[in-house]
Structure formats: C-alpha cells, structure tokens
Design a protein around this ligand. Structure first.
Ligand code: 3H9
Length: 695
C-alpha cells in the first residue's frame, strides 16, 4: 500500500501531507505515516514541521471502519503524544473539517492555523464514544473546562472565527493549506518561536456549580444516552490530574463506551444513513436531471416539498386548483421561508431571490412543461390521484419523472393511469417535508432503473436520507407503524392506559409515544385509515372502537385542543384526560374484558415485538431491501432512538430467540395478530441476526 503521508521540504520547513481520500480518516496507514514522518523530522535538519492535508478536508476523525476490530498500532493517542513531544515546533493546518481524532491530532501539534470556512469539533458522542485521543484532556487545558465540555457534549462544529476567539487555533488564513502552513511557519521561524505544548499548560479551573448545571442540561437533552455524561466525566476528572493520568482515565472511560451497545447502534446509524443510498442495482445507472421540480398541491405536504426543493436551490413550479389556492400556497411557502430567515438559516436577500426567481405558483398545468420531476401531493384518494396523473401525462415533457407522495395507495394503479408507467415512482416525504430527513422512494412494478436513480439523485440534492421501498399498503414506515400502534391499542383494551404506554415509550427513548404522536398528526388521520381498512377487516382481528369516538366527538388532537390529551394554557404539551380512561373502561365493560396490570417492561416488550415482527415481514417480502433500510426509516421518520440503532439492530441486541418467544407468548392470547414472520423464525433457528443480511 502506498504511504498516505507525504514528506517534502522547503528550506528549513518540513511539509507533511496526509492524503487519504475521501475524508483523510486517521486509519492505521495514516497513523503509521505520521509516526514515520515525525521520526524523520526529529532526525533531520528541518527546523519546523507543517502538518496539512490534501483533498476536501483535514482529518475527519479516527477511521470508524476500524472500530470493533483488533487494534493496529500505533494508536491515535500515541500519535498525538508523539506530535506533542517533538522538540521542534509542529504546526497544523486545518481546512474543511477537523473532527474527532482530526482535532485531537491538531491539539497534539504546537500551533494551529485554520482556513476561513473550516470547522472543528469533537463529534464522538454522536457515535456513542468520547474523544479518546486526548480531546477531553487537551481541549480543556487550551480553552477552559466549560467551553471545552460544551463543545464535547454538544458535538457541535465550531466555525473558524469562533475557534480563533476561543483560542482553539492561533490564526486564520485565506490561503490554500500548504501556503497557509508555510506562511505561518516562516513567521514562527522569524520570531524564533519554540514548541508550545498544550499538555504543558496548567490544569483548567473547575467551577463545580457550573459543571453540575451543564451535567444536568446534558442529561436532560440526551435521555438514556451514556456517551455525553461519560465524556463530561472524563474532562472533569482530567482537570485535577496530571496530563498522563488524565489521558489514562480518558482511555479507560473510552474503552467502556467502545464496549457499549450504544456505540454499536450509533455506528450502525452512521453507516446506515449512507448505505441506504447505495443500491447495487443502481450502480452505474445515470439519473435524469432534477433541476426543475413541479409540485401539485400547495397544502402542508406540497408546500413543504416546495420549500425543501427551493432551499436546495432547485426551481419549483407549484400548481394549485384556483387563484385563491395559488395565493394561499405562495403565502404559506413565503411564511416558512421567513421562519428560516428568523432562525438565521437563510439570508433575507436569498429568500427574496428564491421567491422572485425560483418559485412559480399557478393553476395552469401547462407551466409544468419544462419540469424534470413532478411530485403530486394532493388529497389521498385514488380517483383524485388518477385524474392528476392523467393530466400530467398530457403536459409533462417526455422523460420527466412523475412522482406521487401518497403514503399508502397502490402506485402501480396510479402509474397505469398514464401512458408512461416506467416514469412513475413514489416519493413519500414526511411532514414537515423541509425538515424531516426521511424520504421513502417507492419502486413500482414498471419503474425504470434510471427513474429510481433520479429519485435518489433528488434526495441527495435535498440532503434527505432516501430509502427504497416496494409497493404495499403503507410502504415501509406506515405499514410497520400501523402494527405497533395496533399492539398498543390491544394493550389498552387489556388494561394499560394510553398515557402509561406513552410514558413507557418515551422512557425507552422515543421523543413521543404513539398517542401523543396521533394528537400531533391529527386524530382524523388514524380515523380515516381505520375507515379505509374497516371493509378489509378479518373477523378474527381485534379492533378498538374507542379511538373512533374521539373523531366523532371532534377531538382531533392538538389542533382542536383535545385528543387523547388536553392541550390548554395550563398544559400546552398536553395532560392526560380522565374522560379517555372512562371511554376505555366502557368499551372493556361492553366487551367483557377484565383489565389487567401491564408493567412498563411488558409494554416495551410487546410494542417492540410487534415492530420487529412487521419489520421482518417487510424485509422478508422485499418491501425493504435490507434490515438496515428499515432501521433508517424508523430512525429518520418515526423517532426511534438513534442510540438504539433501529428495531432490527435492537432485535439483534436482545436476541431473536427472545423476540420470537415474546411473539409466541402473545400469540397464545391472539394468534391472528401475532403471527411470527418467517424470516424472524428462520434467522432465530439458524442462530443468525438481521445484521447478517445487511451485506
Ligand atoms: C474519533 O475520531 C475517535 C477518536 O476520538 C479516538 C480514537 C482513539 N471513518 O459523510 P460523507 C466515509 S471518531 C471512516 O458522505 P460529507 C463515509 O462513510 C470519528 N469513514 O461526506 C463515506 O463513505 P462512502 C469522529 C468515514 O462530505 C465517505 O467517507 N469523526 C469517516 O457529506 C464520505 O463521507 C466523525 O464523527 C470516518 N471517520 O461529510 C466525523 N468519515 O462514500 C464523521 C466519513 O463509502 N464524518 N467517512 O459512503 C463526517 O461527519 C462526515 O463524513 C464529514 C464529510 C463531515 C467529514
């Protein structure tokens, strides 16, 4: 293997360049390369060394693909110590992002120059670990315990100007990395500056009360997670230790996190987020262009899709049915963009330019003639959708991709309403569409490969997490949601309360439980789904009637101030409504059900068993390509806690035999609902996990 670390000299200066595309991760070859370069520098005549990187970024961190494998020396902590121990100055030049181990390498160097526009950070906690190459020890010594702890526990990326102000770097430069390093090094040489080791700086002061306040804030912001608090502990302990002891303590804590399932889950999420977009069948397939997007319907969904496209720099032609609706849709989009301006995410001039040049709103379908992709987001009715697609067929240019945002309808049937079913696919956005990262890309029977690839290209432009799904009622996410929500309804019929279920589910790590979610989405959504499915209901299917009463009473959730919960000034986030308990008790009495106690553990066990079982069916039927695709759908669209990795990763953690046993136990009460997925049974019998199918 060629050495990814180059060494050249320019007069008294050694230029050491890391070149390990795509992100200069500090894998074994890079670490060994830096070690060898330092040995040469130490023995050579050069008076100063500049460490910089080629390509789009400085070191983006340790090589995450090495995690969980046997360690390969030299370790990154050793490399950082070695840099710091040099007797001649070492300057580091940061461009792009110096993250995690990248920033730790920089902190091992004696001076740091940062390019304008670059960012630094210690995002390890997002991977379930802590900065393990001196980050929790050197950064506090350099900038103070509290600012360092805030950066470490929040994982935020610090922009160049702030990094300079905090003292993380010594200078900013607008030059290329090599030139910036040379210029800074020449300045040091001219001043006769010597080494300046962060490790020799005095221990940071500890304000116990401030640290306690930060600890409380971090615990509240990251319920259930261990990495943030462990990282804080490492920094705090190190503040009253020698550097050597602090590093040893950091190492010890790092190793405990490395061994935790949370680390495995977070890394599964990191790679899963990227892998979903890599479908073997699309390798080499060229997507069509996505520069101009048509959107049919300017309601919540259509407006959100429009905003997502506009923020990505695409041109949008939005169609509504009449002048009044057109004006309303435009005002809605302008309001959302205004919100982005207020939050500092969008400059006012950019917003004005978008509205003037990029957005066309009209009731004339003919305006769609140039669109590359047209996304329909009208009312969920097959007849309405077919009518829209008939019109699109007449106006869209040949080769335009025609997409439906339906959340459950049969896309094959919609495609058949056109003369070009190969150009039709589903693009299922989640509300609010400009915020939620998940995009289900639904492949119908006749969807052409380049049309599917175009869906992925659009997702990339919109910075979404795209997951390919097959056609079925609800695709991946909503199909699984219906099943675990039904499991919750069954538990309520049998004795649990919706509020207890929501509490147990939030304690598990979801931001909200299923009933609070229903209130947010609107009770009418679930009601309409149930009405739609009622005629298909099997006589053996258990069906709770009381949720329909809410709809009949006009209790539509948050929007009407009352749903499962009561929302008022006293409790804007909702408080349990005793009337709900009465409704449930009535139904139990009518059906002769004797309520029994459910522990929170049992609630989680059943809820997760239902989710995992349906997820396994979705994979077994090919609706989702791989278990990881399901995991990413639940993570990015349904609030599944990232630190648990997704339902099928979680299933592997608890063991498939155990999951199967839970399902079989529940099946003794209701063998219609609880039918074990064939794939789950097969994997359990073979002693394999879902992870074995991720490729
Ligand atoms: C750490 O440093 C631990 C130390 O404290 C202690 C050690 C003892 N390793 O995201 P992209 C791959 S923990 C291996 O699409 P972007 C990525 O999978 C680390 N691979 O690009 C993808 O591969 P593929 C702390 C990595 O421009 C390709 O590079 N650091 C790593 O949108 C392109 O990535 C972090 O957590 C890695 N560290 O974003 C930073 N990073 O093409 C993690 C990326 O096969 N990285 N890859 O799918 C990032 O946040 C983003 O990648 C970055 C670029 C912002 C750098």
């Amino acid at each position: 293997m060629t050495n990814p670390v180059g060494y050249e000299t320019e007069g008294d200066i050694a230029l050491i360049c890391i070149d390990n595309p795509p992100v200069n991760a500090a894998g074994q070859a890079v670490r060994a390369g830096i070690r060898d370069a330092m040995a040469r520098f130490a023995e050579g005549p050069e008076k100063i060394a500049v460490l910089h990187a080629a390509g789009r970024t400085f070191i983006a961190g340790a090589d995450i693909t090495e995690f969980g494998k046997p360690p390969m020396p030299p370790g990154l902590p050793e490399v950082c110590d070695l840099l710091e121990a040099q007797e001649k100055p070492v300057v580091c030049v940061i461009h792009g992002t110096a993250l995690g181990g990248g920033l730790e390498v920089a902190l091992g160097c004696h001076y740091r120059v940062m390019l304008e526009g670059a960012r630094v950070g210690l995002p390890e906690v997002t991977l379930g670990i802590l900065p393990g190459a001196g980050g929790t020890q050197r950064l506090p010594r350099l900038i103070g315990l509290l600012p360092a702890a805030e950066i470490i526990t929040s994982a935020r990326q610090v922009p160049a100007a702030e990094a300079l102000e905090l003292g993380i770097v010594d200078a900013l430069s607008d030059k290329a990395p090599r030139e910036a390093g040379l210029e800074f090094a020449r300045g040091l040489l001219a001043r006769g500056a010597g080494v300046r080791r962060v490790g020799d700086m005095p221990n940071p002061e500890v304000d116990e009360a401030a640290v306690a306040a930060l600890r409380e804030k971090v615990a509240r912001a990251n319920p259930g997670q261990i990495a943030q608090l462990t990282a804080l502990k490492s920094a705090q302990r190190g503040a009253s230790m020698s550097l050597r002891d602090g590093l040893a303590e950091e190492r010890r804590l790092f190793m405990t996190l490395m061994a935790s399932p949370q680390r495995g889950a977070m890394i599964h999420a990191f790679f899963g987020e990227r892998k979903v977009a890599q479908l073997p069948e699309l390798k080499g397939v060229r997507p069509r262009s996505v520069g101009e997007v048509g959107v049919i319907g300017g309601g919540t969904m259509g407006g959100g899709i429009g905003v997502a496209c506009l923020l990505a720099g695409l041109k949008v032609v939005l169609i509504e049915r009449d002048g009044e609706s057109v004006a309303k849709a435009r005002a809605g989009i302008a309001k959302t963009l205004e919100g982005s301006v207020k939050r500092g995410k969008l400059k006012a001039e950019k917003r004005d330019a978008i509205l003037a040049d990029k957005l066309v709103t009209t009731d004339d379908y003919a305006a769609l003639g140039e669109a590359d992709v047209i996304i329909e987001a009208v009312f969920e009715s097959m007849d309405v959708k077919k009518e829209v697609f008939g019109k699109l067929d007449a106006v869209a240019r040949p080769g335009a991709v025609l997409a439906t945002n339906t959340s459950y309808l049969d896309i094959n049937e919609i495609a058949a309403a056109t003369s070009r079913p190969a150009d039709v696919l589903g693009l299922h956005f989640f509300s609010p569409a400009h915020v939620m990262r998940l995009l289900e890309i639904v492949e119908a029977d006749k969807t052409a490969p380049e049309v599917l690839a175009t869906g992925f290209a659009l997702a990339k432009a919109l910075k979404k997490v795209p997951v390919r799904a097959g056609v079925c009622d609800g695709f991946i996410g909503n199909r699984i949601l219906r099943v675990y929500r039904t499991a919750a309804d069954h538990m309520v019929l049998d004795g649990a309360s919706p509020f207890q279920i929501d509490r147990a589910i939030t304690a598990f790590g979801f931001p909200m439980g299923p009933y609070a979610v229903a209130d947010l989405a609107g009770i009418d959504i679930g009601y309409l789904t149930r009405q739609r499915l009622r005629p298909l209901k099997d006589p053996r299917e258990r069906w709770a009637d009381w949720p329909d009463r809410l709809y009949e009473l006009g209790r539509l959730g948050r929007k009407t101030g009352r749903g499962y919960y009561i929302y008022d000034e006293q409790s804007p986030k909702g408080r349990p409504d005793p009337e709900i308990d009465e409704m449930i008790a009535e139904e139990r009495a009518r059906r002769g059900i004797a309520a029994r106690e459910f522990s929170d553990e049992e609630i989680i066990e059943r809820y997760m068993a239902a989710m995992i079982n349906e997820a396994a069916k979705v994979v077994g039927e090919g609706i989702a390509r791989r278990p990881l695709d399901v995991d990413m759908v639940l993570l990015f669209g349904y609030g599944f806690p990232r630190w648990r990795g997704g339902p099928l990763f979680y299933a592997d953690q608890i063991g498939l035999e155990k999951v199967l046993a839970s399902i079989e136990a529940a099946a003794r009460e209701d063998d219609f609902f609880w039918q074990p997925a064939q794939l789950l049974r097969q994997l359990a019998e073979e002693g394999r996990g879902f992870g074995s199918l991720n490729g």
